[in-house]
Design a protein around this ligand. Structure first.
Ligand code: HEM
Length: 504
């Protein structure tokens, strides 16, 4: 009996030893291959990141992905780094065109489905649609985002900006001047986009009813990051889904239902409003969009067209409160450009050069789009910024890392609007790398709208109020985690209503 046990024991020992040996051999071989022989081994980056995705996933799940990518670009002093076994990050200006602009004879770079995932109910909006569907949807949507449409939409947007100003005034009176502008900008941009996407107000500024919707975006983007990390491994996607907060999942489902009802109501409502649907209905022919696609796009507008502008506006207020010269110069420019409030319009505000510089510099310091837009290199490979990259590799441009790079900007970590005004101190700035709205066929369709909205809001705020930091303004406010978007915390500043010239 003892002999049999000994034989079994030694067989088990041999088996275990063989398995351990195979495992070690596999780990060593894959390390040596990934680090020294992989087609990406020529790119700079840490050996551990070349070997395993663990550092990337850790950064992603702890809300520090842009920080991780920026640190690697700084450490290797390079505008291309290998951030995981098959991911490259670029911060060079030419990478934008090389990746996103159509090139004859080359297939397009496709969005990395591991990151973007598949849409609920399988209906894609314009952002993730395949090339043919993208062209079809974009053709219809272009009418709703044209200069002409924007002109017609101005009264709607002005009315919401006026509500914002009234609400800020009331809040500043009741709270001794202290106002959390982060919340107000989020509510205002939701109200404006609700009006344009559904033809009715979500009314976050005046009522509590839908405010939860606007604050939910932060939790939702965390959940999206967890899901996208989990898609890396087939076993983890289904498992991790069970750990997402049930309340968030319930609220997301309720939201989707609400969006669907709002679109249904709008589609029944005819064509007299100046919102997006009026254009979609007018130009929707047999090659147009289906109702589920209209709903998917309405949902995208609420996600893409609200927090992005609100982030730049909040960042802009923060940087102005920390830079008294810039605040003084901008207040002076705005208050001298107009005679009365009525002069502040979509047509007049682009004429203010310092305002443009302040908004660009706020966007450079605190860009709202932080996902890096990971895309896969198409069949046949591609040249990106002078580097040959094989097919299938995931490539991205992380805007924050690119804008904070000393290879691209002089004094990159300092807020200096003058750099956008041809100040010779900044002649070495690589301004071409600054593409907050991306380039190519998928560039932001709401770019003109966002610019008009942000200029209007900034002008009206500095027209009606004196702005100052308050004792509650955190001086390190932008030190925030990132889950696709900055996880913004309240920004409490002092707004004091000022005497303004009255309309005759
Ligand atoms: C300052 C504010 C904004 C910034 C910085 C911004 C930035 C961007 C960027 C970088 C993209 C490309 C995303 C990608 O390819 O993965 C994009 C796409 C898009 N944006 Fe914006 N956006 C802003 C405001 C808006 C607004 C107000 C709307 C209005 C609804 C909007 C609607 C869209 C849509 C629909 C797309 C997808 C376009 C396509 O795939 O063809 N954005 N935006």
């Amino acid at each position: 009996m003892a002999v049999i046990n000994d034989v079994n024991g030694s067989q088990a020992f041999l088996l275990l030893s063989a398995l351990s040996f195979l495992l070690i051999a596999y780990l060593v071989t894959s390390f040596v291959y990934n680090v020294y022989f992989h087609p990406l081994s020529k790119f700079p980056g840490p050996k551990f990141a070349a070997y395993t995705r663990i550092p990337y996933l850790r950064a992603q799940l702890t809300g520090k992905l842009p920080h991780y990518i920026k640190a690697l670009h700084d450490q290797y002093d390079s505008n291309v780094v290998r951030i995981s076994p098959d991911d490259l990050s670029f911060t060079s200006p030419s990478a934008w065109n090389d990746m996103f602009v159509l090139q004859r004879g080359r297939e397009t770079f496709q969005k990395d489905v591991i990151i973007y995932g598949n849409p609920p109910q399988g209906v894609h909006a314009v952002l993730t649609a395949n090339d043919a569907d993208h062209v079809r949807m974009r053709r219809i949507l272009a009418h709703a985002f044209s200069e002409k449409a924007l002109k017609m939409q101005e009264p709607l947007i002005q009315s919401h900006v006026n509500i914002l100003i009234d609400q800020l005034r009331q809040c500043s009176i009741t709270s001794g001047g202290k106002v959390d502008v982060e919340a107000f900008f989020r509510w205002a941009t939701f109200d404006i986009m609700g009006e344009l996407a559904f033809g009715e107000s979500i009314d976050c500024l005046r009522s509590q009813r839908h405010r939860q919707w606007s604050s939910m975006i932060f939790d939702l983007s965390k959940a999206l990051v967890v899901m996208s990390a989990s898609r890396r491994y087939p076993w983890s996607e289904k498992t991790l889904r069970h750990f997402l907060p049930k309340q968030l999942m319930r609220r997301t489902a309720n939201n989707a239902k609400l969006i669907s009802e709002l679109v249904d109501r709008r589609l029944k409502g005819g064509n007299e409003k100046q919102d997006f649907c009026s254009y979609i209905l007018k130009y929707n022919d047999e090659k147009g969009m289906t109702v589920p696609e209209i709903k998917a796009n309405a949902s995208l507008f609420m996600a893409a067209g609200t927090d992005s502008s609100a982030t730049i506006l909040t960042g802009c207020i923060y940087f102005l409160t920390q830079n008294s010269n810039a605040l003084k110069r901008l207040s002076h420019e705005i208050r001298n450009a107009f005679n009365t409030e009525e002069d502040i319009t979509f047509a007049s505000t682009p004429k203010l050069p310092y305002l443009r510089a302040v908004l660009d510099e706020s966007t450079r310091m605190y860009p709202p789009t932080l996902a890096g837009q990971p895309h896969r290199v198409p069949k046949g490979g591609a040249m990106i910024s002078g580097n040959w990259v094989p097919a299938g590799v995931a490539v991205q441009i992380n805007q924050w890392a690119a804008y904070q790079s000393r290879q691209n900007f002089v004094e990159p970590n300092t807020f200096i609007p003058e750099r956008w005004l041809d100040d010779p101190r900044f002649s070495a700035d690589q301004r071409d790398v600054y593409q907050p709205f991306s380039v190519g066929p998928h560039h932001c369709i709401g770019r003109t709208l966002a610019g008009a909205e942000m200029r209007l809001i900034m002008c009206k705020i500095l027209w009606f109020f004196d702005l100052q930091a308050s004792e509650d303004t955190k001086t390190n406010w932008p030190d925030q985690l990132v889950y696709l978007r900055w996880q913004k915390t309240p920004l409490v500043v002092r707004l004091t209503p000022r005497e303004v010239p009255q309309t005759e």
